[in-house]
Design a protein around this ligand. Structure first.
Ligand code: SAM
Length: 271
């Protein structure tokens, strides 16, 4: 990934989407340097590299960067507050949670992303020690990937925690549905799912207009059809504010404003 030329990014979707992982790492590095930081990611600056800092500075507003910091903290809290023995991070990118969060003993943590993203990460973190049993699985998540996860040791009868952070907006509607359906098929009752979603307006007008594809104004029903009972929080609301926003988000039923949803969902036993 290091050879990617940021000036070429706008022209090449297949290069740009993996590069966003480095941009997220750059934002986490900046956040980690703040006195009032919401988390500390000591690996992020190295993983990001200078190109990604340049791209963040030229393309993303302080508001966009605050959003990523709040999202990271929101899902850090989600992951560390739940009790299970297996966690799956889909499209983990350059997320260093395997190394920086306090996992219970014997936690199995599986990360899936494009092979080139995970190879880049593994090379840069080769001297770091994960705080869990760590499994990196290179996969295109728009292609069949469940067998790879099962072969790596994932136990489908044991409740799991899943995180899909910063991915669904880059998929088509059919791909997003198929991904959630696959996650559901692999999830025992009692499993939990964290994810972020955009609404339709944010797909149309957000900072990555043209790259974003999927969003929904009805996140609860999007998830309930696959057996997930969702609890939705908008950034800025209590629980997803962390002192970073003075204002409240648009009302839940307002579809004319751009919105993002932070979601924690529980797998329901439908048998
Ligand atoms: N979750 C990480 C975070 O929050 O820092 C990364 C988010 S980054 C915005 C989007 C990630 O999705 C990238 O790491 C990219 O490689 C991954 N991604 C996008 N489409 C994918 C696909 N079809 N298969 C696997 N990974 C994909």
């Amino acid at each position: 990934m290091s050879e990617i030329n940021p000036l070429e990014l706008a022209k090449d979707y297949s290069q740009f989407v993996p590069f966003t992982a480095r941009m997220m790492a750059a934002i986490r590095a900046r956040e980690s340097n703040r006195e009032d930081r919401l988390f500390h990611d000591p690996f992020a600056a190295n993983l990001a590299g200078q190109d990604a800092f340049n791209q963040v500075d030229s393309q993303l507003t302080p508001k966009d960067q605050a959003y990523v910091a709040v999202r990271t903290r929101f899902f850090d809290d989600f992951l560390t507050s739940t009790r299970t023995s297996q966690v799956v991070l889909l499209a983990s990118g350059l997320d260093a949670r395997a190394y920086r969060l306090p996992w219970p003993p014997n936690m199995q943590l599986y990360e899936l992303d494009y092979p080139k993203v995970l190879t880049y990460k593994a090379n840069l973190l080769k001297d770091a020690t994960p705080a869990c049993n760590h499994h990196l699985i290179g996969a295109d998540l728009t292609q069949p990937w469940a067998e790879k996860l099962l072969s790596a040791g994932y136990a489908p009868k044991v409740p799991a925690i899943w995180l899909i952070e910063g991915l669904l907006m880059y998929l088509s509607e059919a791909q997003a549905h198929h991904l959630i359906e696959t996650v559901s098929q692999l999830s025992a009752p009692g499993s939990q799912l964290g994810l972020d979603l955009l609404n339709a307006k944010a797909v149309e007008y957000g900072p990555y207009k043209g790259y974003f594809q999927f969003g929904t104004d009805t996140p609860k029903s999007f998830l309930s059809q696959y057996g997930w009972q969702a609890n939705i929080t908008q950034p800025k609301e209590p629980g997803a504010n962390f002192g970073r926003y003075a204002e409240l988000p648009p009302p839940p039923d307002d579809i004319e404003d751009m919105k993002t949803f932070f979601i924690k969902a529980n797998k329901i036993d439908v048998s």
